[in-house]
Write a protein that binds this ligand. Structure first.
Ligand code: GLC
Length: 739
């Protein structure tokens, strides 16, 4: 019988032998643990206090703490990470508890810690996994200084709902883009060895289907079948698991009536069983307790039983596990093996992070403020996030632009430019548009913060060119920030109309956490840039792009609908039984009172030059179900300026077991082109890239025709067909002997 009062001396703590395999260390430690101590490892608190919580820590009843503001959208600043508290609390755990199991500290380090990069939707606009990786690496290094060991990012929820504020935190509407950028962020945060003092555990969230919240209303119910889940929404999570993500967070929503925190099939059977995920599944904030609100548990005791059976390993702040798991096991209602599985996963994460060897903050007191080198990364990311969606030639601004008016609330508000989910970034560290353009244009630029639209109008009349900074404040995006209308905030369109009436060059720069209704802005302005919330180098990036010191090469990671009333509009569109002309030429649609198709398609973005696309060419018109073919497409810079072209490859499966998207992004290439330069872009097309969940939900690659499509965005594509054959049929074709 374990003497629960005895503190085994170090020499009797064999799990501390770092030369042993992790699984053996876990076995040795769990053999020592009481049920109470095991349950303690499944309990996470928020903002731990080393004094108030000392007893709970020493008794082994707390496993982890997250440092979070009000946990609503990260749009509230909190007191920051109190490194002293973290280390003090850690000492209570390591020195004061019977087994000395270290605490795990987490925080929403979503798109930067002190060096804030663009919001994830802006990172997605870069279409560059290397940018994502660099951002993750810097964020990890800076957060580790503050003792953070775990971040709750990347968010890989797939959504076609701009009304939903959390699209700001997402990596776009398509599984392949989201999955690859998530893998980049995971590599950046975790590195090859997450026990490295400068690395953090990452967390793919929110598993699953959160982006389907009804009406775009955050936290709302989700009605979706498993086929659509598997063919769209689960895929970036699979990419994250394949990239080695160490944790996954359960989603608040239900899926077809079953709360995700109680969804045994998707969490335990699919994520853990089918995919073999061996990391930690963490609840979202009070997600276990909320099963009661969802009307699927009578009380927290029942919620705890449902959640542990479903495979949720760590309870974020509800207390349901701490209060009820021990008694549920002792009563036989919950099998101890389920608790052991959860504890094993939590301990595995702590061992993998090296917390037993290095439990305290890596370098308390060291500076993690932005440096020239981290700012250079943030600048590259911000430039890459700039999507030029219209240009009648007014950009880049040159001397002919004359006197320039820079106007709008974002001109000098650094904090507003940081974006949602920024807990440690500082507005005063942001290079604002005003600062950057004053430095570059001197007295050619007049700045108006937009408080007085009448003053702005007079200044616009006096200027030769107006640059209006429009869009939504960062606090209107992110968690719990859904909107009923994706139009610009009140008053902005009126100003655009008035300034446009002067008939002078007008540039609209749109700061936003979501696709907005830009239809009228696109009609009235001579140039439009969508720049998201670009982070600490917002002003420098804008000045570089406006003045042509950097080429715009961002692409839209989400479709921009014609209006709120046109939602949903995205690349998720699948063929329907009633074919109308709209499926052919996008000139009409399913509304008799309005056009249907997107105002700006997924993948759209302009540069300061023009690029010609040749027809796609295949090395072979057939490939076997386990084979591949090579597709080449020649792109030519037919203009006067260099560019970075995002050459996109989509496919369509015209005949499948289930309806498949009209176009599905499957690959892309970032291609730098000098003026006049032509390059042959080569895609290695694997048949398995066309794999999907069939009618029986198993993954399959069909024989038959696949239409491959290349182009600059989802609406401007050129097709070429390849036929997938069975290996046997293929060898028969080539005359090779059987076998
Ligand atoms: C929030 C969010 C989640 C975040 C967590 C911790 O409610 O849903 O994304 O990581 O709580 O702050």
């Amino acid at each position: 019988m374990t003497d629960v009062t005895a503190t085994p001396p170090t020499r009797q703590r064999p799990w501390l032998d770092a030369t042993l395999p992790v699984e053996e260390r876990i076995d040795l430690l769990m053999a020592e643990m009481t049920l109470a101590e095991k349950v303690g490892q499944t309990h996470q608190v928020a903002n731990i206090n080393p004094d108030d919580d000392a007893g709970e820590i020493a008794s082994g009843r707390i496993s982890s703490s997250l440092y979070a503001s009000g946990a609503t959208a990260g749009n509230e600043r909190d007191e920051g990470v109190l490194v002293g508290n973290i280390d003090a609390a850690q000492r209570h755990a390591v020195k004061g508890s019977r087994l000395g199991i270290p605490l795990l500290f987490g925080r929403d380090v979503i798109h930067g810690h002190r060096t804030v990069a663009p919001i994830p939707l802006g990172i997605a606009a870069s279409f560059d996994p290397d940018v994502a990786e660099e951002i993750g690496e810097i964020a990890a290094r800076e957060a580790a200084v503050d003792g953070v060991a775990w971040t709750f990012t990347p968010m890989v929820d797939i959504s076609e709902e701009p009304r939903w504020g959390r699209v700001a935190e997402s990596l776009g509407e398509t599984p392949v883009l989201s999955g690859r950028l998530a893998a980049g962020l995971i590599r950046g945060f975790q590195g090859d060895d997450p026990s490295d003092p400068d690395r953090l555990a990452a967390c793919a969230k929110h598993f699953a289907g959160y982006g389907l919240a009804a009406g775009g209303r955050d936290y709302d119910t989700v009605s979706v079948g498993e086929n659509t889940l598997r063919n769209l929404h689960l895929r970036p999570f699979r990419s994250a698991v394949d990239a080695g993500v160490l944790s996954v967070m359960a989603a608040f929503n239900d899926v077809d009536g079953i709360p995700m925190h109680a969804h045994e099939h998707l969490v335990r059977e699919v994520l853990k069983g089918e995919w073999g995920f061996d990391g930690v599944v963490v609840a979202d904030w009070n997600g276990i307790g909320q099963i009661v609100f969802q009307g699927v548990a009578a009380d927290k005791r029942e919620a705890a039983a449902l959640a542990i059976r479903a495979g949720v390993d760590l309870d974020m702040v509800s207390g349901a596990y701490l209060e009820h798991l021990e008694e549920l096991v002792e009563s036989g209602e919950v099998d101890l093996a389920l608790v052991d599985d959860a504890v094993r996963r939590v301990l595995r994460l702590k061992f993998r992070l090296g917390l037993f060897e290095r439990p305290y903050a890596a370098r308390p007191g060291a500076s993690n403020a932005p440096t020239p080198s981290t700012r250079a990364v943030a600048l590259r990311a911000a430039q890459a996030a700039h999507v030029l969606v219209k240009n009648d030639g007014v950009l880049p601004l040159d001397d002919d632009a004359g006197k320039v008016l820079l106007s709008g609330p974002f001109v000098d508000d650094g904090d507003a430019l940081l974006g949602t989910w920024v807990l440690d970034g500082r507005g005063e560290e942001v290079v604002t548009p005003e600062a950057a353009l004053r430095e570059r244009l001197g007295d050619r630029v007049t700045v108006a913060d937009g408080r007085f639209p009448d003053v702005t109008l007079m200044q616009a009349r006096a200027a030769d060119t107006s640059v209006l900074l429009l869009g939504e404040h960062r606090s209107r995006s992110g968690e719990a920030q859904s909107v009923v209308d994706i139009g610009l905030p009140p008053g902005q369109l009126e100003l655009v109309r008035a300034v446009a009436a002067f008939g002078k060059p007008l540039v609209a720069v749109v700061y936003t956490g979501r696709p907005l209704d830009l239809t009228e802005v696109l009609d009235l302005a001579d140039a439009v840039l969508v720049v998201w919330h670009p982070g600490v180098e917002a002003g420098t990036a804008l000045a570089d792009i406006l003045l042509g010191d950097a080429e715009p090469h961002g692409r839209l990671p989400m479709t921009f609908p014609l209006s709120t009333r046109h939602i949903p509009t995205s690349t998720h569109q699948r063929p329907t039984g009633r074919l109308i002309r709209a499926d052919v030429d996008h000139q009409e649609g399913r509304y008799v009172d309005a056009l249907t198709y997107p105002r700006l398609p997924f993948g759209f973005g302009l540069s300061y030059t023009t690029v010609d696309y040749g027809a796609p060419v295949l090395s072979s018109a057939t490939m076997t179900t386990d084979g591949s073919t090579t597709l080449t497409v020649t792109v030519t810079n037919t203009g006067e300026r260099p560019c970075r072209e995002v050459v996109q490859l989509y496919f369509r499966d015209p005949v499948a077991q289930v309806t498949r998207p009209l176009v599905e992004l499957t690959d892309w290439a970032l291609v730098d082109l000098e003026p006049g330069q032509a390059r042959v872009v080569t895609f290695d097309v694997q048949a398995e890239q066309t794999a999907y969940a069939g009618r029986d939900l198993t993954t399959r690659v069909d024989e038959g025709e696949i239409v491959l499509l290349t182009g600059p965005d989802a609406a401007r594509l050129q097709p070429v067909s390849v036929t997938i054959t069975s290996p046997k049929a293929s060898s028969a074709c080539t005359g090779r002997p059987e076998g």
